[in-house]
Design a binder for this molecule. Structure first.
Ligand code: UD1
Ligand code: CA
Length: 461
């Protein structure tokens, strides 16, 4: 029995061997991040989203750092020991290319190419052996120009340094991104030479070879210039970061979020949202963040790997990390929720409250200046201002358990391990070192003494 007809396998080749001298960095250029992720990782992920059956990473400089940082990505590592040009770089991948592959060539320092654009390039290619992603620039200086016949047929690419003054006026340029049939590509690559102004093996020379073989070279364009821009220095890197962030902001707004200023939000990970989320200025999202319907994030907050239920409000200047907040819960202003913090429905923490590995029950409140570590707080409990759970004895961490509707007086120190019962109360300023039963008042402080007739010291003459 025949298996169903399969299209050619997509084999992606990513060029990442350049040194990136102009970054002035110890980090290889392609590891410089956009939105906290190495540029080349964006490219690898795009290849994965396209359904690539294999991804070849052509590396040169900084092999150690690259292999360490990208260890989790399924790429085939191919070394280009000497950087003799883009054509030479792709030649290194020849052994990894099958005749019936469709080869897509991408660049490790061009991180913002959309999957949709590459799908358009592959669709434009169709049955042609070669397709180029081109873009028209107001200032094409420095780029390889697309040379077309009067009928508009692509004849070849001429590099800026090899171009005539007349060719310099061509504004349609080569982005470098292209798709080719494996068999033809290998044939063309093997025929490259370096007889040009830069003495390099130009990948772009395959275009004229294809044309001479009678190939009708297809072209496609990206939907924005940012998609095909690379970063050679940190000014360009910052521009890519802004372009990326603008894209994230637009996606959030189109998904139903109100952003008070779309230029003052940063997404360095993923944000999943319900309708009617409102985000004020200077908010940073990192890792995986999930926001329910109607969540409000006030100004100057950092949210990292957290899940917020419907109607949660994070007040200004709060840092929320590894936390889960149920419907209607609130935190801040100036709250710090660390990993393992969990707020049940309508629970609230106020200013200068830190929580770590702690659970605040339904409707429970810790309003001011409090540290809750390794603590479980029951429903409806009230944690007074200045309460500290003393969870660390210098060696080990210990648990504090506070019952439902307990009332912890201000400035209590709860020395763990310790249990406070349901409806129990601690007097303000208490140091609680042993269990407090349900409905009991515990007072653990020195008794007040009033000294009558006491005289203040007088200044020596
Ligand atoms: C290349 C194109 C040019 C295009 C421009 C778009 C060629 C000959 N020219 O020019 O038509 O307009 O990109 O930006 O292809 N690389 C390697 N190994 C090498 C050489 C380069 O991995 O031996 C990598 C670089 O790290 C870089 C990319 O390939 O990421 C492009 O190389 P670069 O030398 O910058 O090409 P351009 O001169 O910009
Ligand atoms: Ca370049």
């Amino acid at each position: 029995m025949n298996s169903p007809a399969q299209g050619p396998a997509l084999n992606v080749v990513i060029l990442a061997a350049g040194k990136g001298t102009r970054m002035r960095s110890n980090l290889p250029k392609v590891l410089h991040p956009v939105a906290h992720k190495p540029m080349v990782a964006h490219v690898i992920e795009t290849a994965q989203q396209l359904g690539a059956s294999a991804t070849q990473l052509i590396f040169g400089h900084g092999a150690e750092q690259l292999k360490q940082r990208l260890a989790s990505y399924p790429v085939n590592w191919i070394e280009q020991a000497e950087q003799l040009g883009t054509g030479h770089a792709v030649q290194q991948a020849i052994p990894a290319i099958a005749d019936n592959d469709t080869v897509l060539i991408l660049y490790g320092d061009v991180p913002l190419t959309r999957k949709e654009t590459l799908e358009r390039l592959l669709a434009a290619k169709g049955d042609s052996a070669l397709a180029l992603l081109t873009v028209t620039l107001p200032d094409p200086s420095g780029y390889g120009r697309i040379v077309r016949s009067t009928e508009g047929k692509v004849l070849g690419i001429v590099e800026h340094k090899d171009a005539t003054p007349e060719q310099h006026t061509i504004q349609e340029v080569n982005t470098g991104i292209m798709a080719a049939d494996g068999k033809a590509l290998k044939r063309w690559l093997s025929a490259l030479n370096n007889n040009n102004a830069q003495g390099e093996y130009y990948l772009t020379d395959i275009v004229a070879m294809a044309e001479q073989e009678g190939v009708e070279i297809a072209t496609a364009q990206p939907s924005s210039i940012a998609e095909v821009e690379g970063a050679n220095n940190r000014v360009q890197l910052a521009a890519l970061e802004r372009a990326y962030q603008q894209r994230q902001a637009e996606a959030l707004m189109l998904n139903g979020a109100t952003l008070m200023d779309p230029t003052r939000i940063d997404v360095r990970g993923s944000v999943e949202i319900g309708n009617d989320v409102v985000v004020d200025v200077n908010v940073i999202f990192e890792g995986k963040v999930v926001l329910g319907e109607g969540v409000v994030i006030e100004a100057n907050c950092i949210l990292r790997d957290c899940t917020l239920g419907n109607g949660v409000r994070i007040k200004a200047n709060s840092i929320i990390e590894g936390a889960v907040l149920a419907e209607g819960a609130q935190a801040g202003p100036f709250a710090r929720l660390r990993p393992g913090a969990e707020l049940a429905k309508n629970a609230a923490v106020g200013n200068f409250v830190e929580m770590k590995k702690s659970y605040l029950g339904e409707g429970a409140k810790a309003g001011h200046l409090t540290y809750l570590g390794d603590t479980t707080v029951g429903a409806g409990a009230n944690i007074g201002a200045g309460t500290i759970t003393c969870n660390y004895d210098g060696v080990n961490k210990h648990q504090t358990i506070i019952g439902d509707h307990a009332f912890i007086g201000s400035n209590s120190s709860l020395v763990a391990p310790v249990t406070i019962g349901n409806y129990a109360t601690t007097g303000a300023g208490s140091v609680i070192t042993s269990a407090v039963e349900d409905k009991t008042l515990a007072v653990g402080r020195a008794k007040q003494r009033n000294i009558h007739g006491w005289k203040r010291p007088e200044k020596n003459s």
